[in-house]
Design a protein around this ligand. Structure first.
Ligand SMILES: *Cc1c(COP(=O)(O)O)cnc(C)c1O
Length: 382
């Protein structure tokens, strides 16, 4: 076994480059300045690990963090992270007390949500009004209040002494499709709500709408703050945007690696793995890699041209990917040994397997590739 073996028990690991996250945060923050950067660290920071990622993003210039779940926010607070943490969906009424206790910044879009939050705030006997953001649905139709309801809810919040209407926001459906005019239509609807509130004398200090795609595409859409997830991890929000500035300036933060666990020569005509679906055209060196679909290496990859890097060369994933292991046909004269580093995602020598390459092969998006690296894979930070 090599000395650079990163995971002492299991020779398979996801390497997280915290320098890349700091760098990406810096690139994004300066791209949208003077707007603030909210680093979206939901879903275990898209597989990168929330606490380390959040700290790196804050060091790089993010001033806010965004999470999907109360539990995710609470985990950051337990790690003594004090930056404001925005909940991107409305918490269920029984969770509002925990929202207040953990000092998370709630998003609301129903009357029930506002009432539950107000009731939770009362029981906590706070010195200051508790900040809250209202989300407007301007056309994605996932969550959010209709424009009419948003005006009512925001005015209601502004009139309650225990609450402070700190923000108003929306979310885009197709910001990753540069040719679409729908994003501008959504922004118009958002500004109509802002204007109607202004006529009532209600002016939330923070207005935000942009995700990574919108923030990258048009800094004019940044308003007071952008909420970036995928770009923070160094990945373009869509394949169309991979080569578009400033995406090439971003650095992918995650790579997925393992050490070859077993090597043997297998005769011509023999077939590999479950189902015997891959036949060797010649006598060949076959390497076993200790990663499988339970680690997030999608099973369909083997039938769709999936490759790995060993010794800086692209080699085919051969035969069915199993739960814990996969096989690689290294060819007849391969110089491959137990302990050699295998790259499933990331760079080796002059070659690179990107998250978008993997996504393309398996009919998904880069988001799902990195989120899919399972909790069983140790994360190694550098
Ligand atoms: C996940 C999420 C984001 C981040 O989206 P990216 O495309 O990863 O930048 C922003 N806003 C909301 C509401 C989200 O749910």
């Amino acid at each position: 076994m090599r000395k650079d073996l990163a995971a002492p028990l299991r020779p398979a690991w996801a390497e997280i480059d915290l320098g890349a996250i700091r760098h990406n945060a810096r690139v994004l923050a300066s791209h949208v300045a003077p707007a603030e950067l909210c680093a979206v660290v939901k879903a275990w920071a898209y597989g990168h690990g929330p606490v380390r990622t959040a700290r790196a993003a804050l060091e790089g210039g993010a001033t806010w963090l965004g999470v999907a779940l109360v539990e995710e926010g609470r985990q950051l607070r337990a790690a003594h992270i004090s930056a404001p943490i925005l909940l991107l969906s409305e918490a269920v009424p029984p969770a509002m007390s925990e929202v207040v206790r953990s000092g998370l910044t709630p998003t609301v879009y129903t009357q029930q949500g506002v009432d539950a939050l107000a009731a939770a705030v009362v029981t906590h006997d706070l010195d200051e009004p508790f900040p809250v953001h209202v989300k407007v649905d301007t056309g994605m139709h996932r969550v959010g209040a209709t424009p009419d309801d948003a005006v009512k809810l925001a005015a209601d919040i502004a009139g309650r002494p225990g609450l402070e209407l700190q923000g108003l926001w929306t979310h885009f459906a197709v910001a990753d499709e540069p040719a679409s005019t729908y994003t501008e239509r959504q922004l118009e609807r958002f500004h109509e709500v802002v204007d109607r509130l202004g006529q009532l004398g209600v002016r939330p200090p923070l207005l935000h709408a942009a995700n990574s795609a919108a923030a990258l595409a048009n800094p004019d859409w940044a308003l007071s703050m952008v909420r970036c997830g995928i770009a923070l991890y160094g990945l373009a929000p869509s394949k169309e945007l991979v080569d578009q500035a400033p995406c090439p300036a971003l650095r992918p933060a995650m790579s997925l690696r393992a050490l070859v666990s077993h090597v043997k020569e297998v005769e011509r005509g023999e077939r590999l793995s479950y189902g015997l679906r891959y036949e060797l055209a010649q006598r060949s060196v076959v390497a076993t890699v200790p990663l499988g679909y339970a680690d997030g290496v999608t099973r369909s990859l083997s039938a769709r041209g999936g490759e790995v890097l060993i010794g800086g060369h692209r080699l085919p994933i051969s035969g069915t990917i199993t739960m814990d292991q996969l096989l690689v046909d290294c060819g007849p004269d391969a110089d491959v040994a137990v302990g050699d580093v295998v790259v499933l995602l990331g760079r080796q020598g002059g070659e690179e397997i990107t998250a978008w390459e993997l996504a393309d092969r398996t009919g998904t998006i880069a988001y799902e590739v990195v989120c899919g690296v399972s909790a069983r894979v140790p994360r190694v930070y550098r």
